[in-house]
Design a protein around this ligand. Structure first.
Ligand code: GTR
Length: 355
């Protein structure tokens, strides 16, 4: 994982202290990765709760369809980048007005704000468009020199994860954010990237894997649901080329995904699955969380505290949390409520006692 480029800079493009009917302050920031006028960049959307003063905890995560898809708030700048046509309100690979709020069910902005959390997000395609040739216009090519890494030395998942750390670089400069209490979250392919970012960057105080599946939380050696071969065939650009050597031989991998999760120790980690999302292998995600536990124990922490797969919508765990809910592959309010409660529990513990 390369470090940040030397010339990186931030520009606050817009700030509205009276967003969402006064509930929030909305800031939109461009992260320019170099000093050049036409530098590769990333658009960050930040909502801060207005009813609490001082630095607040935050949830951070990339989105699939552009920042305007996260909330119908008309003040959000519309993405002008390449976006997959299979996303709602996208035409000829560009966002239209119809994409505003199209992903709102995945981002309970008001719930987070009312609980005193900030939300920070950016479009994953700002780092690399999610298709096989996306690397040619993404940061793996445009920042090749600055990062001293050839495009085939990493994959799109790596590029997205790298971008998550650049959001953290910004948050460290943002006075209203408690940068020691930033929870990183991600769904599915972005969940794979979130786990990777969380493993590499210990500044993320808590990591959430929402149905990250194969190449994310799910154990590869179970060969259940999506396999390494299927993943590499459908998405040849996601992982480093060496991963393809294991297409037919997951048993030859020197590691498995529980070890990836264990790299997040001793920081709190939440893994979750959905009953109808067998493609992501809920059992494999659970077992991965179980077997990350011994590393948490080395730090004197209890991971899940159980090896028994819990019933539907009966969350379990200590420093590692887990739930499986009803329904399909997605992230919904139920998931967020558990993530929020988990973050509140752990962040409260760390908070200095009031004198
Ligand atoms: C699927 C892919 C999964 C998962 C998912 C998603 O097509 O097979 O690994 O990443 O996409 O991102 O929604």
């Amino acid at each position: 994982m390369p470090d940040k480029p030397a010339g990186m800079r931030f520009k606050v493009r817009n700030e509205n202290k009276n967003a969402l009917g006064g509930l929030a302050t909305r800031k939109q920031i461009t992260i320019y990765f170099t000093q050049a006028v036409d530098a590769p960049s990333m658009e960050v959307l930040l909502y801060l709760p207005n009813h609490v003063s001082g630095p607040v905890p935050a949830f951070a995560g990339l989105n699939f369809s552009g920042n305007q898809s996260v909330h119908p708030d008309k003040g959000i700048f519309m993405s002008d980048r390449w976006i997959n046509n299979n996303q709602k309100g996208i035409q000829r690979n560009r966002a239209t007005e119809a994409s505003r709020g199209s992903q709102a069910s995945r981002w309970p902005v008001e719930t987070l704000l009312k609980n005193g959390f900030a939300l920070v997000t950016a479009y994953y395609g700002d780092l690399e468009p999610d298709h096989a040739d996306g690397w040619q216009t993404g940061i793996r090519t445009s920042l090749q020199q600055e990062l001293n890494l050839a495009p085939d030395q990493w994959g799109a998942i790596g590029a997205w994860a790298w971008g998550m750390s650049r959001i953290m670089d910004y948050l460290e400069t943002e006075k209203r954010i408690n940068s020691k209490q930033v929870a990183l979250t991600g769904l599915s392919r972005i969940g794979k990237a979130a786990v990777w970012a969380g493993a590499n960057d210990a500044r993320f105080a808590l990591v959430v894997s929402n149905e990250s599946g194969e190449g994310g939380a799910a154990l590869a050696r179970r060969n259940y649901g999506e396999t390494i071969a299927q993943l590499n065939r459908s998405f040849p650009h996601w992982f480093s080329p060496a991963y393809k050597n294991y297409n037919q031989a997951p048993d030859k991998l020197p590691v498995d995904q529980h070890q990836l999760l264990a790299l997040i120790a001793p920081r709190p980690l939440y893994v979750c699955s959905a009953a109808e999302d067998q493609w992501a292998d809920p059992q494999g995600e659970f077992l991965s969380a179980v077997h990350a536990g011994p590393v948490y124990q080395l730090y004197g922490k209890t991971g899940l505290g159980t090896a028994q797969m819990p019933a539907i919508e009966k969350p379990v765990g200590e420093t590692i949390g887990y739930h499986i809910r009803t329904g399909k592959h997605d992230i919904n309010l139920y998931d967020w409520q558990q993530h929020l409660a988990f973050a509140q529990k752990h962040f409260r513990k760390k908070a200095k006692p009031k004198t």
